[in-house]
Ligand binder design. Sequence first.
Ligand SMILES: Nc1ncnc2c1ncn2[C@@H]1O[C@H](COP(=O)(O)OP(=O)(O)OP(=O)(O)O)[C@@H](O)[C@H]1O
Ligand SMILES: [Mg+2]
Length: 315
Amino acid sequence: MKIATITVNPAIDQTVSVDNFQTGAVNRSRDMRFDAGGKGVNVASFLADYGLNVAVTGFLGEENADVFERHFARKKIEDRFVRVPGETRVNIKIMDEANQVTTDLNTPGQIPGEYAITRFYEQIEALAQTCECFVLSGNIQAGLPADFYAELIAFLKSKKRMTVLDTSGEALSAALKAGPNIIKPNIDELGAMLNQSLNSIEEAHAAAIALVNDDTKIVIISMGSDGALFIEKNAAFIVRPPSISIKSTVGAGDAMVAGLVAGLSKKLSLQECARLATAFSLSAVTRLGRDLPASDVINEFQKQVEIIPFVVTKS
Ligand SMILES: Nc1ncnc2c1ncn2[C@@H]1O[C@H](COP(=O)(O)OP(=O)(O)OP(=O)(O)O)[C@@H](O)[C@H]1O
Ligand SMILES: [Mg+2]
């Protein structure tokens, strides 16, 4: 199964290591690096590391596309990104290891014009001929219509393609109307979208089950160190990671989505997909950077994952 991931607003992550970082002062950095980023790019990277055939699309600024091009070449990811004039945004992460704090400076990203959007749909149409599954990840930059994902999902559905959506806010609520096959908000994103605070797994389940229908067959609510709740029409279970010491939670959700899709591509049961998804996310949180470890590490993590049936308790 070939997979395509879509990132409409990618970013270059610039990580600057500064011990004892101080605002309003001259700081000296120890180390600095640029990485190709954006949630769909991360998902594609994990999938490629796992040995799957994956293509990426979305919009890339032509002036600094080289960071992405090198990354895609290294991972053997098929580059179907539409180039737009100007630069892709650069998000700065200031890592103060001495104090264990990270400061993020995110920029909005540019808005693709009509011409670029037409080129993008040409890529989607071409990819729909070879890719069975499409992963739509991340937020939509202000300036693109809120129903951008909804239209895309409707189009992909007309081509009988599977859609996995990982976004939040208005982009999520608008996209839900088009019936993505699988969604993976985290518990805070689900609560924010529904305008209610979800304080327990029971509350999360009650909120999420209402989103399951003939189109959206699987809802996954991730809950950080508490794991994730997988919900289908007639079944639900919790997938619980072991308690481990973590290095960085950056990309935990993206790894989870990648592991899920990897499991689906191997035609695993949903429980086994959940186990693999959690093993991927454990790989992400226990390491820095966004490369997947060797398969024996993933296998070991899979064994440590616990699956607990979720039974609705009537009150
Ligand atoms: N502290 C942790 N310890 C163990 N596992 C974790 C931890 N944080 C995240 N995970 C794993 O990663 C999965 C996804 O995490 P989370 O719910 O934080 O995703 P997210 O909020 O979507 O992340 P992202 O910021 O990447 O979008 C969890 O279900 C769990 O398996
Ligand atoms: Mg997330």
